[in-house]
Design a protein. Structure first.
Lengths: 516, 101, 635
């Protein structure tokens, strides 16, 4: 089983989605829960079987698809992708379990299972074409979720989401093809394997162009300023489950791809673009935090806060040292847990009041104390309070970037201030004060179905805040090998000095071929 | 003055231009067919002239092919034209817009 | 000893979780009792550790790893040494008393259980803050107390002012925390570790600029938590919280965390005396600045809050001049009498149905004898009259200023001592003496529960006798802190100074009594003066923050969203999409189905393709010529 565990993880939900068509519509939710629990257990088993001391790829599978062009069905995971895969299966499970009254429940479950396949596929793929296929396929179920179950502007939002990200990925595809062509020129055979690409040393000018092509695709997905405007619409119109998966997992595809593609393949370009990207990240952090402060809709606050936090992740990634990249990967997990939970929480109140305007609320803390408590914990996690999950990632990301630039980090560090401003003021508007709106007077507190999803997330947020080691160590080992590879491959003196040398660490792939 | 290749090619070009203008300007389907025939025959003249010039019979063979194709095209086309005329009573191009995109 | 360390640290956490279980249910007395006993257990464990430390030994444990990546290694490590045990004693003594007191104070509050949960959580965070052996652990406690402070200031969350004050406190502290975070980053990248002992051991080898930056950024963190100018406005507003909270958090413990940080980082500040002098000057300035605002204020709790601020200034003045043990000693003494003062104020508030204006009270000493005695004692101690605690600690700070030849600081602090005496006794006189003005407003005051007074009594005793610990304390704490004794060489000068200070303070007390003991009506003349207006409006600083920071931030946010994000960034994206869409919409007329026009398009296409082919063919044929012409042009 271990030899094909990744294929199982990918195709179990796909198969289940196909079989889902014959399931009776009343038992669709139970069916979805059952499948996603199996999937989640398998992904936990993956963690159990994972050797944290190996820094390279594990559970590799390979099957030629187009041998002439070196396109393979190549899978494998390391400490970076492992936890995002687990998080994807966790959120699918909790998401299906927390689904309330939904029209066409069966379609929703099938869509979610299909989405799960694409998510696991993206993070497990080690072949660029395979990665691209899953990357694009993941748009389809999300398009459907927003378009079919969304709010009044759902068609506009879903088309915008689709076209925007699709345009970016086409440019990325061009980059991939060119990269493969360069590899062919250097070695004489075609390959789309990411691991093979790692071995290629490119001249700086090529790196810059390729980096830019990949960057567009990833940046739109993250989404980085100024490509972020699809996100508020998508979140604003998407049903709760859509927002949860979008924020928790789909956005991570962009930042994950930075670490998987951009850094190890183009270390010199990454160094070259470090400061422009850091500036974008700072704009993301401060500007979107201010925009979040101006929102009237509580879901938009959380949506913009996502962008702000993704800014910190991007900054940590481009610190190009072990502390920063490890922090940014950890923050991906942390942000996934926290923003997913916050969207679920917004969904709870939306189900009861059918509005998301904060002016409609007020004084909810006295009506729904348990809800307010969980919301408060998650809000504090989002603000980055120590001993809660986000702090570890934020601290390490900022700490990492501090080595590269002091002023930049100081500016980016304002994240902890502006983050507190919009979150606390939103919390105050919704939860504090007297109950002024009669409709809120008798709202039922959070119920069991909702707690099923929220309690595990709360426990994770606290547990990983206090004891992040179980997932920090594997991430750290994988990141060390990537940083060592980058240092080894770097050709410009600037990059050599910016990227720390790690003595005595195993370099994942020794570089061999070189494009002249 | 001897009639050389240039004269034939100039004739072909003039005929082709006449045909092209006919294709662009004519609204009557029948006239359009005439214009098309002129176009094809302009090309035929070119083929035959160059074939003779190079002493290569391939060009003249091609001209025969074109004559055959043109004949069959006119046969089919005229058939369609008659059917159209029976249905609508005119063969004006502007009325044929069922292929609007 | 490790067991006692863990008991001292985790007993409050257990209490917090226990009370939290009943958080949403109505009042259960058991939470109050259990939490108070757990706090008492923590106090006993701390006392045992104190004895242990007095014997000259310290305890250092490493519980588990928190973060480890790259070269970074941060454990949950705890150390009980001379400095931290002082803080532990202060925290556990005051918090035990405040817990017991709160059983009575929060008696009728429906958030009784929730209150105890938050309060114990605060004590836990504070213990983490003072016991951690590294900067990251300190930061955990630092943010933890910030969170609990936010929860407790906004405890009565239905009140707009309370939640506003809570958010203000949190955000202002966050501004300072950023400074602290940067300081931590600097320490890590320059020393490679965040452990106190290792980092301080490496610091002497670092260059001066780095040390100055570390010193500044760490102190920025301290400024926020200890409410130093210009981040001081939150402290007065924090008085919206329940009074026991003000006693514990905003007087005795949390606000002194900044002083603790400077004392803890004494090897660093020893290396950069310039920063030390800045800290001392700021401290002296804040001492006077805050005392001046306390002079005219009409809110009992705010007066005490400004007094706290002023005393924090004293502590920073001492710490900045290198007299770390003096700062810590004043911190301890201040914790006792200031907590006592706040708890007394709590009794008065209870008696007066939460009325805060001392001008509406008067003559309460007849109704509230116990509270009267204790508040008077606390005020005497605060004023620094011999032989109470405040005399020993505050007088030493003045001596430090004198001996170190910083006469400006000395003078400012001396004047502030007079102001302190004046506003303390203005308050006492207005509340407890004179006519019973409360009758006009229909209040029916009553003394607090007996056990509340009983709970306060240890603080009263400590406020009286804490000064006598000075020598013992000095012997203990100087094992860790610089051993600097401050003796004025000439005995005559020393006596003149002590007696002069005492005379000055007593004169201020006498003047306050004289002015306010027979207080009749409000002095309208005085209230029209400019200086009164400035002081009552707190130098217009809150107004300035509101008008020039909060509101512009809000407006800018709004502009960024409505104008920039929607009208520029998003509109650009939509414009591109619309352009493509419109192009398609316009060109679809090409496909109008009219054979004749389609034929024309076809001809046009042929012409274009042919001309392209000809152009390309020509370009290929004459490429050499083109290149030479272009190079001739210098392209």
């Amino acid at each position: 089983m271990l030899d094909h565990i990744l294929s199982i993880l990918i195709f179990l939900p796909a198969l289940a989605a196909v079989l889902g068509f014959v399931v009776h519509k009343d038992s669709a939710k139970a069916y979805g829960i059952a499948v996603s629990i199996i999937e989640f257990v398998v992904s936990l088993y993956l963690w159990f079987a994972f050797d944290p001391n190996v820094s390279g790829m594990q559970f590799m599978e390979s099957l030629p698809i187009v041998p002439a062009f070196g396109v393979n069905y190549l899978l494998g995971i390391d400490g970076i992708s492992l936890f995002i895969i687990i998080m994807a299966s966790l959120f699918t499970m909790l998401g299906i379990a927390s689904l309330g009254e939904t029209k066409n429940m069966k379609n929703m479950v099938i869509t979610l299972l299909f989405l799960q396949m694409t998510m696991v596929g993206v993070f497990a793929a080690l072949d660029a074409i395979l990665f691209y296929v899953f990357w694009e396929l993941s748009l389809v179920p999300m398009l459907y979720i927003i378009g079919a179950w969304g709010g009044p502007l759902r068609i506009y939002a879903s088309v915008k989401f689709f076209l925007y990200t699709f345009t970016g990925s086409l440019i990325m595809l061009v980059g991939m093809l060119f990269m493969a062509y360069l590899y062919y020129q250097a070695t004489g055979h075609w390959s789309f394997s990411i691991l093979e690409w790692y071995r290629l040393i490119l001249p700086e000018s090529y790196q810059l162009w390729l980096f830019a092509a990949f960057f567009i695709g990833f940046a739109i997905k993250v989404p980085m300023f100024p490509f972020h405007t699809w996100l508020p619409y998508a979140h604003g119109q998407a049903p709760t489950i859509g927002s949860v998966i979008l924020a928790a997992v789909l956005l991570k595809m962009g930042t994950y791809a930075f670490i998987r593609f951009s850094l190890p393949m183009f270390p010199d370009a990454a160094t070259f673009f470090m400061f422009p990207i850091a500036v974008l990240a700072i704009i993301m952090i401060i500007y979107t935090a201010m925009v979040a402060y101006a929102q009237e809709d509580i879901k938009q606050v959380v949506a913009y806060s996502s962008v702000s936090h993704m800014g910190v992740i991007v900054l940590g990634t481009f610190a190009l040292n072990v502390e920063g990249i490890t922090g940014s990967v950890f923050l991906m997990i942390g942000h996934g847990i926290v923003s997913g939970a916050l969207f679920l929480l917004v969904g709870v109140i939306y189900d009861r009041r059918h509005t998301k305007l904060m002016s409609e609320f007020g004084g909810l803390a006295s009506v729904m104390p348990r809800y307010a408590t969980i919301f408060g914990i998650m809000m504090m996690a989002s603000v980055g309070l120590p001993l809660l999950i986000n702090f570890v990632g934020e601290f390490l990301s900022l700490l990492g970037f501090y080595q590269q630039s002091h002023i930049t980090t100081l500016l980016a560090g304002t994240a902890i201030i502006v983050g507190a401003v919009y979150m606390l003021s939103a919390f105050k508007k919704a939860f504090f004060g007297e109950v002024t709106n009669e409709k809120n007077r008798n709202l039922p507190d959070i119920n069991k179905r909702e707690l099923v999803a929220l309690i595990p997330l709360t426990i994770i947020a606290i547990w990983l805040g206090i004891y992040p080691k179980p997932i920090l160590t594997p991430i750290n080992n994988s990141v060390e090998s990537i940083v060592a590879l980058m240092h080894e491959k770097a050709i410009t003196p600037e990059a050599k000095s910016r990227i720390p040398a790690l003595e005595g660490k195993i370099i994942m792939q020794k570089s061999e071929a070189e494009v002249r | 003055m001897e009639i050389g290749l240039t004269h034939y090619l100039v004739l072909a070009t003039i005929l082709f231009s006449i045909g092209l203008i006919g294709v662009m300007r004519r609204k009557n389907l029948l006239m359009l067919f005439f214009a098309t025939e002129i176009l094809l025959n302009a090309v035929n003249i070119g083929f035959a002239a160059i074939s003779h010039y190079y002493n290569d019979l391939t060009g003249q063979m091609f001209a025969f092919f074109i004559i055959a194709v043109a004949a069959s095209e006119v046969a089919v086309g005229l058939g369609l034209l008659i059917v159209w005329h029976k249905r609508t009573g005119n063969i004006n191009l502007d009325t044929m817009s069922s292929m609007r995109g | 000893m490790e067991l006692y360390l863990y008991i001292a640290l985790f007993a409050p956490l257990v209490g917090s979780l226990f009370a939290g279980l009943f958080g949403a249910s109505p009042k259960t007395l058991v939470t109050g009792v259990v939490n108070s006993s757990l706090l008492f257990a923590s106090f006993v464990a701390s006392s045992i550790l104190l004895v242990h430390v007095l014997n000259g030994e310290t305890v250092h444990v490493e519980m588990m790893t928190w973060m480890a990546t790259g070269n970074l290694y941060i454990p949950f490590g705890f150390v009980v040494d001379q400095v931290s045990v002082t803080m532990m004693m202060v925290v556990t003594v005051v918090s035990t008393i405040v817990h017991i007191y709160s059983i009575g104070y929060m008696d009728h509050d429906k958030g009784f259980n929730r209150f105890f949960s938050y309060l114990s959580a605060f004590v836990f965070s504070m213990m983490v803050l003072v016991m951690s052996d590294n900067f990251a652990g300190l930061f955990i406690g630092w943010e933890g107390v910030g969170l609990c402070s936010w929860l407790l200031i906004g405890f009565w969350y239905h009140k707009e002012t309370a939640t506003w004050a809570a958010n203000e406190a949190f955000i202002m502290n966050r501004i300072a925390d950023l400074g602290m975070l940067i300081g931590i980053f600097l320490i890590y990248w320059n020393t490679g570790t965040l452990q106190y002992d290792k980092a301080f051991a490496i610091m002497p080898t670092l260059d001066m600029t780095t040390l100055i930056y570390i010193g500044i950024f760490l102190f920025v963190g301290a400024m926020g938590k200890s409410a130093q100018f210009p981040l001081h406005t939150w402290l007065a507003d924090a008085m919206e919280g329940p009074t026991p909270v003000s006693a514990l958090i905003h007087a005795a413990t949390m606000v002194t965390a900044g002083v603790y940080l400077v004392v803890r980082a004494n090897p660093l500040y020893h290396l950069v005396p310039e920063i030390g002098l800045f800290i001392a000057s700021l401290g002296a300035f804040v001492a006077m600045f805050a005392a001046s605002m306390a002079l005219v204020n009409r809110d009992m709790k705010r007066i005490i809050a400004y007094s706290t601020l002023s005393q924090l200034g004293y502590m920073f003045a001492a710490a900045g001049l290198g007299a770390y043990w003096v700062a810590l000693f004043h911190l301890m003494a201040h914790a006792f009498f200031k907590a006592l003062l706040f708890l007394g104020a709590g009794n008065v508030m209870h008696a007066m149905n939460d009325e805060l204006d001392p001008f509406k009270m008067g003559g309460l000493r007849k109704k509230m004898v116990g509270t009267f005695i204790m508040m008077t004692l606390a005020s005497i101690a605060l004023a620094g009259v011999f032989p109470l605690a405040g005399f020993f600690s505050k007088d030493t700070i003045l001596e430090v200023g004198f001996v170190e030849h910083h006469y400006v600081i000395y003078t400012v602090l001396l004047l502030t001592a007079g102001l302190t005496a004046f506003y303390s006794f203005r308050l006492v006189a207005l509340i407890f003496h004179g006519e019973e003005r409360y009758k006009l407003f229909g209040f029916h005051p009553h003394e607090a529960y007996k056990f509340m007074l009983f709970a306060m009594s240890p603080l009263a005793i400590l406020a009286v006798i804490a000064g006598s610990f000075k020598t013992t304390y000095f012997d203990m704490v100087t094992k860790l802190l610089p051993e600097t004794e401050y003796h004025i060489h000439s005995h005559v000068v020393e006596w003149v100074m002590i007696l002069g200070t005492q005379a000055f303070v007593i004169a201020a007390i006498w003047y306050a009594y004289k002015k306010y003991i027979n207080f009749k009506g409000e002095d309208k003349e005085f209230e029209k003066r400019l200086c009164y207006k400035i002081l009552i409006n707190q130098y217009y600083i809150p107004y300035f923050y509101e008008e020039y920071i909060s509101k512009p931030y809000k407006e800018l946010s709004d502009i960024l969203w409505r104008k920039v994000d929607l009208k520029i960034v998003d509109a650009t994206v939509d414009l591109i999409a619309m352009t493509i869409y419109k192009t398609g919409e316009n060109t679809r007329t090409m496909q109008n189905g009219n054979l004749s026009s389609m034929l024309r398009w076809m001809v046009a296409g042929i012409v274009i393709l042919l001309s392209l082919a000809v152009a390309f063919g020509l370009a290929v044929r004459y490429s050499d010529e083109i290149t030479s012409v272009l190079s001739g042009l210098g392209v």
